[in-house]
Design a protein around this ligand. Sequence first.
Ligand code: FES
Length: 92
Amino acid sequence: VWINIAKLGTGIFLFDKYIVVKSASSLKVFSNKCTHAGCRINKEINGQLVCPCHGSHYDSLTGKVLQGPAGLPLSTIPFSTDAKTGEIIIKI
Ligand code: FES
């Protein structure tokens, strides 16, 4: 599935399969699958992405683990920008 995320404002957006972290100067897209046991990350607290299953915390800017039990950072999802239309496309 191809999704255009260009219309999102700035902030942290948690979707079913991905998380978009967008500021004026940067854009990150992460898988929202927790690297511990695969639960869907569904919460953001003070810039940290929190897994509901066993409480892992990830840094929303980098995807790095701040608190376990997860040991690996969140996977990033690549995106491409169309210079003509301004669309920002991710494929999931
Ligand atoms: Fe996320 Fe265990 S599945 S902390």
